[in-house]
Design a protein around this ligand. Structure first.
Ligand SMILES: Cc1cc2nc3c(=O)[nH]c(=O)nc-3n(C[C@H](O)[C@H](O)[C@H](O)COP(=O)(O)OP(=O)(O)OC[C@H]3O[C@@H](n4cnc5c(N)ncnc54)[C@H](O)[C@@H]3O)c2cc1C
Length: 390
C-alpha cells in the first residue's frame, strides 16, 4: 500500500490502512508531547481536580487543539483523521484529565458550522491556542438523557436574551471561558423551542458551582454552572432561534464517534499492558501468562479487539468523508464502549491486587472509562436510536 504506513502498535492482526505518513508523523509529535508534558504531571492534577491552563497553552502551541479548525481561524483544517490521531494518543497515554476532545471536536465545530463571522473570529483563534477553553452545557440536575426537557430559559427582552437556569456534570466546567449553552427559547415547542448560545463565563450572573468529585477522570474539572439573569446581546445566539435541536442532532454523530475512537485505543493499550504484566508476574513457580485461563482470556480479548479495530477504522474513514450516519455512530459508541468495559475488567482481574491500585494504569483506565457508557448519550439511548430503525 504505497504512501501508507500500516501502523499497529501490537504488530499483530490486520494492518491499519486509514492513516498516511503525515498522520503518523503527527502521531509521533502528539505522543512525545503527552509523554513529556502531560503524563508526568497527571497525578498532581488528579489531586487538584484540574488541568492547569499552561498545559492547554502548550497543547495549543504544539498544534493539538486546532486540527479540525479552518486555517483562516488559526487551525490547520486537517480533518478528522488528524483528530482521530489525537484521540487515539490520548486514549493510549491514559491522560484523561485534559478535556481537549470536547473543546476541539465538539464545541469548536458548532461555532465553525453555525456561528457568524464575528463569533468565529472572537472564539476560534483563541480556542486553537488554548487561551479560550470551551465547554458545552446540555445536562441539568433534572434531565440528561431527555435533552428536550431542559428547563434553562432564554427570554428575549429587546436586544438581549435573559438566561436563567442551572447545568451540571459539565466537562471543563471550571476552566471554561466559553460555554455553549442549551436553553429553551420557547417552552411550548418542546425540541423545537431549543436554542444554543455562546456565553462568556465573565458575564454578570454566571457562576460555577462545585467541581464534582468523581470515581474516575479525576484530573478533569466536571462542574455545576448557574445562570442567574445573565443578559446576553442577541448577537450571542448560535445560528437561528429555536433551531438548536437540529444542530445538536447533527453534531452528536461526531460526539459519539469521539468516544468510540478513544474507547478502542484505551482497550488496545490495556491489552498490551496486561500481556506484558502477565509475562512478568509469577505465581506457583510460573509466569501468570502461562496459565491456560490467562492465555485464553487474552486470546479472546485480542480477537474481540481486532474485530473492534476494523469496525472503528471503517467508521473513522467514513466520518472523515462525512459519510458516517447517526445510527452507525450510535452503534459504534455503544458497541465499542461495551468492548472497552469488558476488556478493562478482564485485564484488571489478570493484574490481581495490583489491578486495584491507583498507581497502576489499568486501575485508572478501568475507573476512567466507565463513564464512556454513560456520557455522549447513555448506551441505552444508543440502543433506542438503533432500535428505531429496525
Ligand atoms: C464525567 C461526566 C462528564 C460529563 N460531561 C458533560 C458535558 O460536558 N456536558 C453535558 O451537557 N453533559 C455532560 N455529562 C452528562 C451526561 O451526558 C449525562 O449524565 C448522560 O447523558 C445521562 O444523563 P443523566 O445523568 O441525567 O441520566 P438519566 O437520563 O437520568 O438516566 C438514568 C438511567 O436511565 C436510563 N434511561 C434514560 N432514558 C431512557 C430511555 N428512554 N430508555 C432506556 N433507558 C433510559 C439511562 O440510560 C440511565 O441508565 C457528563 C457526565 C459525566 C458523568
Amino acid at each position: 500500500m504505497s504512501g501508507q504506513i500500516m501502523r499497529n502498535d501490537s504488530n499483530r492482526g490486520i494492518p491499519r490502512t486509514i492513516f498516511k505518513t503525515e498522520h503518523e508523523l503527527f502521531r509521533d509529535t502528539v505522543r512525545r508531547f503527552l509523554e513529556t508534558e502531560i503524563v508526568p504531571y497527571h497525578e498532581e492534577w488528579e489531586e487538584v481536580r484540574l488541568v492547569p491552563r499552561e498545559a492547554w497553552l502548550k497543547a495549543g502551541e504544539t498544534g493539538l487543539l486546532g486540527t479540525s479548525i479552518a486555517e483562516e481561524y488559526g487551525g490547520s483544517g486537517a480533518g478528522f483523521l488528524f483528530d482521530a490521531v489525537v484521540l487515539e494518543e490520548l486514549g493510549r497515554s491514559g491522560a484523561t484529565g485534559p478535556g481537549w476532545d470536547l473543546h476541539s471536536y465538539i464545541v469548536a465545530p458548532y461555532i465553525e458550522k453555525y456561528g457568524t463571522v464575528d463569533q468565529k473570529r472572537r472564539w476560534l483563534p483563541a480556542m486553537v491556542t488554548g487561551e479560550a477553553i470551551g465547554a458545552i452545557a446540555m445536562t441539568e440536575p433534572g434531565t440528561g438523557s431527555d435533552l428536550k426537557a431542559v428547563r434553562t430559559t432564554a427570554v428575549r427582552v429587546g436586544d438581549e436574551y435573559v438566561i436563567n437556569g442551572s447545568k451540571t456534570f459539565i466537562t471543563n466546567g471550571i476552566n471554561a471561558d466559553l460555554v455553549l449553552l442549551v436553553a429553551k427559547t420557547n417552552h411550548n415547542l418542546g425540541a423545537k423551542g431549543i436554542s444554543l448560545f455562546l456565553v462568556d463565563t465573565k458575564s454578570v450572573g454566571f457562576r460555577n458551582g462545585r467541581n464534582l468529585k468523581k470515581i474516575g477522570l479525576k484530573a478533569q474539572d466536571t462542574a455545576e454552572m448557574f445562570f442567574d439573569d445573565v443578559h446576553l446581546p442577541v448577537s450571542e445566539i448560535l445560528g437561528e432561534e429555536n433551531d438548536g435541536w437540529r444542530y445538536l442532532m447533527d453534531e452528536l454523530v461526531q460526539e459519539r464517534l469521539i468516544v468510540a475512537v478513544r474507547a478502542m485505543a484505551t482497550a488496545e493499550v490495556a491489552l498490551e499492558q496486561t500481556i506484558a504484566y502477565t509475562k512478568d508476574r509469577e505465581a506457583f513457580g510460573t509466569k501468570v501468562f502461562e496459565f491456560q485461563n490467562t492465555r485464553f482470556t487474552l486470546a479472546q480479548l485480542a480477537s474481540d479487539i481486532q474485530v473492534g479495530r476494523v469496525f472503528t477504522d471503517r467508521c473513522i474513514a467514513l466520518h472523515a468523508e462525512a459519510q458516517c450516519d447517526s445510527v452507525t455512530a450510535a452503534m459504534a459508541k455503544m458497541w465499542l464502549t461495551e468492548l472497552e468495559g469488558k476488556v478493562l475488567d478482564a485485564c484488571l482481574q489478570l493484574h490481581g491486587g495490583y489491578g486495584f491500585m491507583w498507581e497502576f494504569p489499568i486501575a485508572r483506565a478501568w475507573a476512567d472509562s466507565r463513564v464512556h457508557r454513560i456520557y455522549a448519550g447513555t448506551n441505552e439511548i444508543m440502543k433506542e436510536i438503533v432500535a428505531r430503525t429496525l
